[in-house]
Design a protein around this ligand. Structure first.
Ligand code: NAP
Ligand code: BLA
Length: 367
């Protein structure tokens, strides 16, 4: 991460693509930052873009291509639908802009790799946001993992009942990607904690938007669904077995956000924002920080990086590796096969891909 060969003199001039929740958090963060200037915004419709841009005093662009073509922009922040991340990142890098993109970098594994190569060739920053790594739950896990000895299993479930299912892009496979690709942070927490994955198997269910029906169709791709429910089993190279469940929509009745890790000397349970360490002598509450202010933190770290070369908390190579795992889950769900992953490129460690590999990891990892 020390091979950054660029420095931007503040204020960093920013173009923002997107007008939704993540874009608003970015725009608010930039407005608070003396080191940045939000120059222009591009959205889905010009009307919404104009309304969104006005309080920030930013120029509303008619398209992301128009935004990227501007010579008064150093950094493009991409906070729009997942389908477009790859194309916008590519165009921005080709135009010599630095790029920050919300996860996932691309819906395609091959394109993600190409973009990383392109950013190096262009000598520009490519940062994929992974705010979940800075959130309270993940930080609590990282801090407490050494207390439970050799880890052998983990379970992470996030279920979000939404009734009726919203008419949003997040329920369109073409726009969001395979559920564990679009919600890449779920798998990324695990690769950050436990490192490289040996095998993946996954089952996925999708409910079609048939009126008055919750008929289950075990097919991987529909133009639009009203519920998805995916469960992936990951066997890590260290031997840790993990199960990840992700679901959203109107066929679900009980919300859940729970991360459990079992080790030879204890267990860690993070249920919502409640943390518990279970050991031989009983259960102890552990402190868990919040989930607010994470986009602002990410934005500040990017500005630190661009203006002083301070290191970032995650590398695009680490994100691209997790994308390979998520894509293997998709292939497993489609074929019914268990997918073996190739050992990640040794160069990954150079880019900090497995920064969390040693943190609280099992003894097996070192044996
Ligand atoms: P959002 O609030 O729904 O905003 C989506 C943006 O995309 C809006 O500008 C929307 O414009 C536009 N859009 C919607 N449908 C579109 C279509 N068919 N074609 C082109 N543009 C379309 O979503 P979000 O939560 O901000 O998510 C944006 C990105 O941030 C995603 O990549 C997501 O993974 C990432 N992210 C979000 C969070 C979070 O907390 N929300 C956290 C981490 C990462 P209109 O409203 O005008 O349609
Ligand atoms: C992640 N939240 C996301 C993502 C989307 C949303 C599309 C990226 C895909 C994913 O990982 O699932 C969308 N989140 C929403 C919406 C609501 C929501 C529409 O909570 C409606 C209330 N995001 C928020 C709010 C918070 C928030 C209000 O919109 C609360 C502080 C946090 N969303 C948040 C965080 C992530 C995320 C921290 C990263 C994912 C993670 O923690 O694993």
């Amino acid at each position: 991460m020390s091979d950054i060969r660029f420095l931007v003199h503040p204020p960093v001039r920013v173009g923002l693509v997107g007008t939704g929740y993540a874009a608003m958090r970015r725009a608010d963060s930039l407005q608070m930052e003396p080191r940045a200037q939000l120059v222009a915004i591009a959205g889905h419709t010009l009307e919404r873009t104009q309304t969104f841009s006005q309080p920030y005093g930013a120029i509303a662009c008619g398209s992301w291509a128009e935004l990227i073509a501007r010579s008064d922009i150093d950094l493009v922040i991409i906070a729009t639908i997942n389908r477009d991340h790859g194309a916008i990142s590519r165009a921005a890098l080709q135009a010599n802009k630095h790029v920050v993109v919300e996860y996932p970098l691309s819906l395609s594994v091959a394109e993600a790799d190409e973009l990383i190569e392109l950013s190096k060739a262009q000598n520009r920053l490519l940062h994929v946001e992974h705010i979940e790594l800075m959130g309270g739950v993940h930080q609590a896990l990282k801090t407490a993992l050494p207390l439970i000895g050799t880890v052998f299993s983990a379970r992470y479930a996030t279920l979000k009942p939404e009734r009726p299912a919203p008419q949003r892009w997040t329920y369109h496979p073409d726009l969001f990607g395979f559920p564990l690709v679009g919600a890449l942070s779920r798998l990324h927490r695990l690769t950050d904690l436990f490192g490289a994955v040996a095998t993946v198997s996954c089952q996925a269910q999708f409910w079609e938007p048939t009126p008055n029906s919750v008929e289950t169709r075990l097919i991987a791709s529909l133009p639009h669904y009203t519920t998805c429910l995916c469960t992936a089993q990951l066997r890590f190279k260290t031997g840790v077995l993990a199960e990840v469940t992700y679901g959203k929509g109107e066929a679900l009745w009980q919300a859940e956000r729970k991360f459990e890790v079992q080790g030879e000397k204890g267990a860690l349970i993070l249920d919502g924002d409640q943390g518990t360490l279970v050991q031989a002598d009983g259960s102890h509450a552990i402190a868990v920080g919040g989930r607010r202010g994470l986009f602002a933190k990410d934005t500040a770290l990017v500005l630190d990086h661009l203006t002083t070369e301070a290191p970032l908390y995650v590398s695009p190579a680490a994100s691209a590796y997790t994308l390979k795992v998520a894509d293997a889950a998709r292939r497993s769900a489609e074929t019914g096969a268990t997918i073996a992953l190739e050992m990640p490129d040794n160069r990954l460690s150079k880019f900090g891909a497995f920064s969390g590999w040693t943190g609280g990891s099992s003894k097996r990892a070192r044996s």
